[in-house]
Design a protein around this ligand. Structure first.
Ligand SMILES: C[S@@+](CC[C@H](N)C(=O)[O-])C[C@H]1O[C@@H](n2cnc3c(N)ncnc32)[C@H](O)[C@@H]1O
Length: 453
């Protein structure tokens, strides 16, 4: 291409919009330049760091014309850690930007015209700091101490995290306490170069309603000292009620849990309470990371569903079935479909402990279960799939089965928009509502209500 920019080239560009990962996007000869930490309408000097077929990547060198929405990030390691992408933008503006990301995805993938009036303002998270109820952080042993942190994006440099403003305060507190105990007991983080140490990750999950904490140690190999530490933690701290250890020596896998997962101290689950329902949380069961916003999301489902006592509802991709639990009092029957055994188990325990017994748990892949149960006379289906979205098989099922109403919860605007493109052949979009589940990150949750044309 003519006028190709070499690596290291500096240039000035005006940022036009924000990308799906929160980066600013400027252009050079109509080829996009992705610049982390740059904001729309800013004039910036950048340095090209990579050249791909359709875009450049560049570092921000200096801001020549600053956006009025730019603010000072509140985390001291914001620029290194990579966990958040939007702390340099005023919170209200992050909400507007998340709505914009959905608009961009819909314009790109949905052929039917979608009126902007249908896309509501993003529902803010309150609180928007210390909202995260679970952290899964890697460890390193450095200068005679265990440290915990996040890997700097695209590097093996661990950025130490001491007091994360996104995690719940108790999670920060117990990370510090556990690391101190590990140092004292000479339990070391695993090091793959020297093959020393054992602990690869520590996961801490906290239930907001009960303040109970569950700690899970992901180990490279067995370590009897961890069992002792687990027992100590449960005896010493009233909040820590459940400690697990997992042996996982597969350094390439992104999964934490293996068949070699054992409770080493305390109870099997911690209890969270939402909408008067007690949820049993085992370490590998899915639970939304922002507890208060999860309640907002589930109440939104109730509001949009306008359920009737005669309704039959499906909660697809149900996790531990919180949506089924919220919907159950309003309808005749709910079928919850989930493939992961741990989540099904937690959902079962939740049903046993609570009053709503009109929920049937169906274990398996959503496509297979829907096809097996195709004769159920469904009124409303609620979908909450992973980032991959519904995909061809589920959308084809819906176009054939034609339930009256669909509520689609999505954590990925692109796959959502691709699925909507197919579903709008038979369905009318009634509303699209972004919900901020992960403040100051580029992630956005969306709830879409659709009904038969
Ligand atoms: C985004 S979570 C939603 C969970 C739940 N609605 C909630 O709010 O807690 C998606 C869930 O879908 C499950 N899942 C992923 N792929 C699946 C599939 N093909 N069939 C059934 N469940 C699946 C995951 O295990 C996870 O629990």
């Amino acid at each position: 291409m003519e006028n190709k920019l070499p690596i290291g080239q500096r240039l000035t560009t005006e940022i036009q919009k924000i990308g799906i990962n929160g980066e600013g996007i400027g252009y050079y000869n109509r080829k996009a330049i992705f610049v982390d930490f740059a904001l729309p309408k800013e004039e910036v000097e950048v340095e090209i760091t990579a050249d791909f077929d359709t875009y450049y990547k560049a570092n921000l060198v200096q801001i020549i014309k600053k956006s009025p929405s730019r603010v000072e990030p509140f985390c001291p390691v914001y620029h290194e850690c990579g966990g958040c992408q939007l702390q340099h933008l005023a919170y209200d503006e992050t909400l507007a930007l998340k709505r914009e990301l959905i608009i961009q995805a819909i314009r790109r993938y949905v052929k039917t015209k979608v009126s902007l009036d249908l896309i509501k303002p993003t529902i803010a998270s309150n609180p928007n700091t210390h909202y995260r109820n679970k952290a899964s952080l890697p460890l390193q042993y450095k200068f005679g101490k265990n440290i915990i942190g996040m890997y700097k994006p695209n590097s093996n440099h661990l950025v130490e995290i001491k007091d994360c403003p996104i995690q719940e305060q108790d999670i920060n507190k117990f990370y510090t306490l556990i690391l101190n105990q590990m140092d004292k007991r000479k339990i070391l983080a695993y090091n793959n170069t020297s093959k020393t140490g054992t602990v690869r990750f520590i996961i801490i999950r906290r239930a907001e309603a009960t303040a109970q904490i569950q700690v899970t140690f992901i180990l490279y190999k067995e370590d009897p000292e961890i069992v002792e530490l687990g027992k100590y933690l449960v005896e010493k701290f009233k909040e820590i009620v459940s400690v697990y250890r997992v042996i996982n020596d597969d350094l390439k896998s992104r999964e934490f849990f293996t068949k070699n997962t054992n409770l080493i101290a305390g109870t099997e689950a911690i209890n969270e309470v939402l909408n008067d329902v007690v949820f049993s949380l085992k370490p590998d069961a899915f639970f939304q990371l922002n507890t208060k916003q999860a309640d907002v999301l589930y109440n939104k489902v109730i509001e949009l569903g306008q359920f009737k006592p005669t309704d039959i509802v499906i909660d697809a991709y149900s996790g531990i079935a919180p949506i089924a639990q919220y919907v159950a009092p309003h309808v005749k029957r709910v079928y919850a479909i989930e493939s992961v055994e741990a989540s099904i188990q937690s959902a079962k325990d939740t049903i046993i402990q609570n009053t709503h017994k009109n929920i049937d748990l169906l274990k398996g892949d959503v496509v297979e279960v829907l096809n097996k149960k195709k004769d159920i006379p469904v009124d409303v289906i609620v979908f909450d799939p992973p980032r991959t979205g519904l995909g061809e098989k589920v959308t084809a099922f819906l176009l054939k089965k034609k339930p009256k109403k669909i509520i689609y919860i999505s954590c990925n605007p692109s796959t959502l928009a691709k699925d909507l493109d197919v579903l709008t052949q038979a369905y009318t979009i009634k509303s699209i509502e972004p919900i901020d589940m992960f403040p100051f990150t580029s992630h956005v949750e969306t709830v879409v209500l659709m009904s038969m044309v």
